[in-house]
Each structure stands twice: as structure tokens, then as C-alpha cells.
Design a protein around this ligand. Structure first.
Ligand code: FA5
Length: 345
């Protein structure tokens, strides 16, 4: 064995270790590793020299090479671990971590105020034996108007400014009343006691009291000998449960083509509220629902015989009710998605 071949290994080892000493950070260490152990690195290049040696020297050359390789690798691993630890310590002391700090709070969601009031309304009617019935928001003209005793060109249709779709005869329901037809046709000839909640849409001037999109809760009772006294009793019980005994209820006669007789129900607005005049148009009263005895034509369209059964219906506006409950002075707040408003409830 030529000593020069082994000397070369010794020299390589020394150079490698010396250079490793000079590497102060991880990047320098990785560059060192590429220089010595990469594809074109010094160690593989040295190992390739084995083929140029006489066969009897190759074994010792290879063994020495492996020892050097192991020493350099171990030294590199140690230096790399030290460099990483030093970098971690430096970063920790530069940006101290206070493990005693409380965690960041996770913001808690809540139900929209409209949903809260809707659930309250369902609860009150559920106590009186009403079931919830869901009806479609996109309706046909026939159900939204015709079957509710408003044939085409009936002037009463002007009471509801309507969003029509591009499909003739299909529209966004202007009120929840078409649901009366659906529920009657589904349950006829059985008695009905149901509330029908959901969105309604009207092509209306948006004001502090009126939105283009708002919720209604329809109520429908059908059965033998249902009277106006039942309607007034139900509405009064509902209003007292929701607003308390001290709130006043006013019932006015009104007109809807699908009820006869028809009424409207108002609630008094606190007089000390500076917005009272604007919201109640100076009357002190805010309308919350329309109602009446179901028109015989509507009962017949639902499949019932008006000689055998009678019924009452009402349609109330939960947004108006929520305004009353929480003294909200602008109905546009409901769908404006302003967290400052929503977080109050
Ligand atoms: C109706 O829509 C009738 N379908 C109600 C009805 C049902 C009468 C059953 C008889 C029998 P009216 O258009 O008045 O009626 O609306 C009923 C309630 O919905 C109003 O009292 C009000 O509380 C609410 N409402 C109406 N328009 C709006 C609007 N633009 N924005 C917010 N709430 C509204």
C-alpha cells in the first residue's frame, strides 16, 4: 500500500474538520456538506480513486475511506445540531415567549336577532297548539293571488308591488298567504292550526319601516265553528306573551281579498321614545299584522266546504315586532350585516 493514498485520506479528514470548525451557521454547514459529500464532493471523488490502485491496496484504502467518512459525518451531524440549537436560543431570547399569557379568545357566534324572535314566536304559538309549516318562496301567480280571491287584473293586486321572474307567471311571493292554499290542500279535510314563517319580497320603496325583503309569519286555523272571537283571543294572547301586559293592542277594521271580515292589529310605541313620531307616522301605533276570517272562496280553493268549516288567518311581520321589542329605529339594520348592530342581541 502506498502511504500517499492513505495520507490523502488523512489530509482530507483534517481539512474537512478544520473547515467544519469555521462554519458558524446552518447555511455554511450545509454548503460544507455539499462540498464534501455532494455528488461532485471530495469524499465521493476520493472513493472513486480506488479503481486506479493496485488490487491488493484497494481494501485498506476503502476501509480507511469509510472511517474518515464516518468521522466527518459524525462531526457534521454534531455541528449541525449545535447550530440549530444556537439559532433557536437566539430567536427565543430575541422574541421572548411568555407561556403564561392567556390564549387568544375564540369569538363566539350567536343567532341573528331575527332568528331569536322567530323562535320566540314559534314557541308562543306552539304552546297554543300551532305547528310550523314551511312553504315555498318562489310562487306562481295563481297561488300568490288568484286562489286567494284576486283574479288577474283585480285591483287589490296593487296592494303588493311584485317581483316577477323571467318565467311568465312565476314570482317571488309578496306575502306568506299563498302558503294557506298549500297547507289546506295538503291536510284537507282535517282541521288545521299552523304557522307558516318565511321570507317575502316586495318591490317597495325602502324606508326605516319597510324593506324589500322581510319575514312574515302566517297563521291559519281551519275547523268547525272557528270564530272572530277565537282570532282576537289568539292574537291578544300572543301579543301579551310577547310584549307583556302593559303594552296596548289596537284592532282596526281593514280589507284583504282573502279574509272577510278583515282587521289590522297595531301595538302602541313608547311615547318617551324620541323616534316614536317618525316610526308611527305621528299616531303612536305601529302595525304588526293583518288578519281576518278566511274568505269562503279561499276555503273552497283549499278543498274545504265553507258550509261545514270556518277559519281565521293572520300575517304578522317579525321585523316590525323585533323593532318594537328592542326599540330598533331602522328596519334596514336587519340585513345590513353590521356587527355593531348584531352583537347587541
Ligand atoms: C299581508 O301581507 C297579508 N297577507 C296579511 C294577512 C294574512 C291578512 C292573513 C289577512 C290574513 P300586509 O301587507 O299588511 O298584509 O303585511 C303584513 C305584515 O307584514 C305587516 O303588518 C308588517 O308587519 C309586515 N310588512 C309588510 N310589508 C313590510 C315591509 N316592506 N317591510 C317589513 N315588514 C313588512
Amino acid at each position: 500500500m502506498t502511504t500517499s493514498a492513505l495520507d490523502e485520506w488523512a489530509a482530507l479528514e483534517k481539512r474537512g474538520l478544520d473547515e467544519l470548525q469555521g462554519c458558524t451557521d446552518e447555511a455554511a454547514l450545509r454548503a460544507w456538506h455539499t462540498r464534501y459529500f455532494g455528488d461532485k464532493g471530495e469524499v465521493p471523488a476520493m472513493l472513486r480513486k480506488v479503481s486506479t490502485l493496485p488490487p491488493n491496496e484497494r481494501k485498506a484504502f476503502g476501509q480507511t475511506g469509510n472511517v474518515v467518512k464516518t468521522k466527518l459525518t459524525e462531526a457534521y451531524d454534531l455541528a449541525l445540531a449545535n447550530a440549530k440549537e444556537a439559532a433557536l436560543q437566539a430567536s427565543l431570547s430575541a422574541h421572548p415567549l411568555d407561556v403564561t399569557l392567556p390564549g387568544r379568545p375564540v369569538p363566539r357566534g350567536r343567532l341573528h336577532v331575527a332568528t331569536q324572535v322567530m323562535r320566540q314566536i314559534y314557541g308562543i304559538f306552539a304552546d297554543m297548539g300551532f305547528q310550523v309549516y314551511r312553504s315555498r318562496e318562489v310562487e306562481d301567480d295563481e297561488t300568490n293571488f288568484g286562489l286567494l280571491n284576486m283574479p288577474p287584473h283585480h285591483p287589490a293586486r296593487d296592494m303588493w308591488d311584485t317581483f316577477h321572474t323571467t318565467t311568465p307567471g312565476v314570482l317571488l311571493r309578496t306575502h306568506t298567504s299563498p302558503g294557506q292554499i298549500h297547507v289546506m290542500r295538503e291536510f284537507c279535510p282535517h282541521p288545521i292550526r299552523a304557522v307558516l314563517p318565511g321570507m317575502c319580497f316586495r318591490f317597495e320603496q325602502v324606508t326605516t319601516r319597510s324593506e324589500m325583503q322581510f319575514e312574515q309569519v302566517e297563521g291559519l286555523v281551519v275547523g268547525p265553528q272557528v270564530t272572530m272571537a277565537d282570532l282576537i283571543g289568539t292574537i291578544t294572547a300572543f301579543a301579551r306573551r310577547l310584549f307583556g301586559q302593559e303594552r296596548q293592542i289596537r284592532i282596526r277594521s281593514s280589507y284583504f281579498p282573502f279574509t272577510e271580515p278583515s282587521i289590522e292589529v297595531d301595538i302602541d310605541w313608547p311615547k318617551d321614545d324620541p323616534n316614536a313620531d317618525r316610526l308611527t307616522k305621528g299616531t303612536g301605533w305601529l302595525e304588526i299584522m293583518g288578519a281576518g276570517m278566511v274568505h269562503p272562496v279561499v276555503l273552497r280553493n283549499g278543498g274545504y266546504d265553507p258550509q261545514q268549516v270556518s277559519g281565521f288567518a293572520f300575517g304578522l311581520g317579525p321585523q316590525r315586532i323585533t323593532m318594537l321589542k328592542h326599540a330598533i329605529d331602522d328596519i334596514r339594520q336587519f340585513w345590513a350585516n353590521d356587527l355593531r348592530f348584531l352583537q347587541q342581541f
